[in-house]
Design a protein around this ligand. Sequence first.
Ligand SMILES: Cc1cc2nc3c(=O)[nH]c(=O)nc-3n(C[C@H](O)[C@H](O)[C@H](O)COP(=O)(O)O)c2cc1C
Length: 292
Amino acid sequence: MLQVFGPKSKSKHGNPLWMLSMPKEAFFSVKFGMLEGCQIAVFSPDGQAPVSSTDKPISSPVEGMEFTPPRRLRTDEIPEIVDDFRIAARNAIEAGFDGVEIHGAHGYLIDQFMKDQVNDRTDQYGGSLENRCRFSLEIVEAIVNEIGSDKVGIRLSPHVNYMESGDSDPEALGLYMVKSLNKYSIAYCHMVEPRMKIGAENTKFSESLQPMRKAFNNTFMVAGGYDREEGNKAIEENRGDLVAYGRLFLANPDLPRRFELDAPLNDYNRETFYTHDPVVGYTDYPFLEDTA
Ligand SMILES: Cc1cc2nc3c(=O)[nH]c(=O)nc-3n(C[C@H](O)[C@H](O)[C@H](O)COP(=O)(O)O)c2cc1C
């Protein structure tokens, strides 16, 4: 997993477009989205407030972190943001990526529009499910028109509530999104398991991604808490077409090979997950030969 923050990845509003690329055997896509409402102004030029669907700040700050209250985007500013995504997609293709993954998950800007716990707008981008999903679907449409539907994927986490970005009816939200996405014939939908909900690690879950998996017409990717065995089981049981790995891939640069050989895995180190060091915690985990 490689995170890229570059000068090309700035929106017109000066906010960084966070790009996360995932190494894959055949298809290399770049994931981008805007980490807005829960950001600190120091990342924005001139200390501007991060933009969001709302101007409500996060109510219970994360320990050791202070977030600048967001600025609610005006309705007339939204087309510019949609266009930023279109330009970013074009840039990604020109830079040589095979495709892009739109980041509509985990409390990023798109997620903040979709979730009713955050979005308190009264314009055509707030209120009903259709209105809350309008922003994300406008972005999908703009990118599909720009680079072609076969190069576009999207990441969604309807059940997850990171950074207080939760929804009162995640299944309705997930279903509305996948059914709407069917119209654009995008390459894939990547969805995060309900078990990734904060504080739910040890809870038995009645919620599942299966309704969305069944309703989506194209490749469905699942993520969140998978290991080799559970991933293989998910594919065998047709719960998804692809399984994405986060922490295990971070700690094992040769994860596909290790899975193939059923070799032991390096443990990940939580302490170095979000370091600012370009190497420590990112590219310093050993390959299989180095550990033998
Ligand atoms: C260091 C680190 C950075 C991450 N950054 C992001 C991110 O920017 N956006 C996102 O949606 N998920 C991010 N995640 C979450 C992963 O993409 C993945 O959904 C999560 O780790 C659950 O999958 P896993 O159980 O296979 O690790 C990050 C995870 C880690 C460990």
